[in-house]
Design a protein around this ligand. Sequence first.
Ligand SMILES: Nc1ncnc2c1ncn2[C@@H]1O[C@H](COP(=O)(O)OP(=O)(O)OP(=O)(O)O)[C@@H](O)[C@H]1O
Ligand SMILES: [Mg+2]
Length: 378
Amino acid sequence: MTNISIVIISNDPDSTNNITNLINKLGPHASVEGVATTFNSGFEVIHKKRPLVAILDICKGDLDPCIDAIHKILDRFPRISIFTVSDDRSSETILKVMRAGATEYLLKPVSEVDLTSALQKLGRLWITKPDAAVEHGEVFTVFSPKGGVGVTTIAINLATNIHAITKKPTLLVDLDLTAGDVTTFLNLKPAYTISDVTTNMSRLDTSFLKGVIQKHDSGINILAEPKNVEEGVSISADDIKRVLKILKTMFPYIVLDTEPILNNRTLAAIEMSEVILLTFVLTLPGIRNMQRYLTYLEKINIKRDKIKLVVNRYLKKGDIKIEEAEKVLKHPIFLSIPNEYNTAIACLNKGVPISTYDTKSKLNVALKELAITLVAKE
Ligand SMILES: Nc1ncnc2c1ncn2[C@@H]1O[C@H](COP(=O)(O)OP(=O)(O)OP(=O)(O)O)[C@@H](O)[C@H]1O
Ligand SMILES: [Mg+2]
């Protein structure tokens, strides 16, 4: 453990004494650099001492000024870690405090075990270079510039099929950040979402992510879409890159469902992907759009062999043939998935992946083939 400098801000002398004693017990590993009884004087002490950690006592019934204080400290000293101390056990308060950017929420009276493990976690983070972890995970992004063509259907069933085939940990992330519907398709009510991750970037590590990711009955893991639009719009491309970087050290397979627009966030996902499944329907506008996007992706140096074209809702008797589309696009069609509305909509209404509803359907066979082909090298 490195030496961790700490400032305590609390108007509860018992709590200050307790925490100071616990820190003193740690010997050279941690030291109290200053104590303040009000937020304003605490801010001054932080300014003077530049500690690595501020321990902030939250008095019951006085939550809003504390949330304000957390924001102010982090705005001015973004590298500081804030541990909050409180006797309020309500999940609403804990969530509010963590969302404001606190690194830890410790219950009063603070125990030696809780404080030591919180400090150890920081010590570990500072000692270990984050990029020492191996990013072995393979990321599959499913994307379409047009909405409603089956991106979510393909992403969900790709994840469940990859997991069924490989038996390896597989994660599905809903990056349709303002209109995601993975949880609706899978009938899930997640306690946490990707926005709980991006509002707690200072705590970002594998153990935090494990607590936020939810397991689905099919065996896959889900990082759910934000609960509301405000949360969704506030997530940045940089947030996505940082989260994916860590997820790649945790899961061998990661499937990303995306929003139907090539903004910086979708581009961040595409740049971090090993495979991009560009999805479209075999119509003239669908092909025209693919032409545009293939050209653009080439311009921004996305390697051609990473891009797999997937035709969804394919009708054998349709006017346009696969070969004709390939000729126009100068790119092979990786796979076509048949149009089978009854099966697709029945699964959506039941909230289950297609493989658990009708294994013999042509739709399920094609979706399984997609997963097999993508992980075939193993
Ligand atoms: N192969 C298919 N055959 C028939 N219907 C399908 C097929 N794939 C998807 N659908 C249906 O098409 C509709 C749109 O699918 P989905 O929500 O997966 O598309 P999306 O591209 O993610 O849409 P959005 O832009 O709204 O996110 C759903 O009702 C789904 O059941
Ligand atoms: Mg979708």
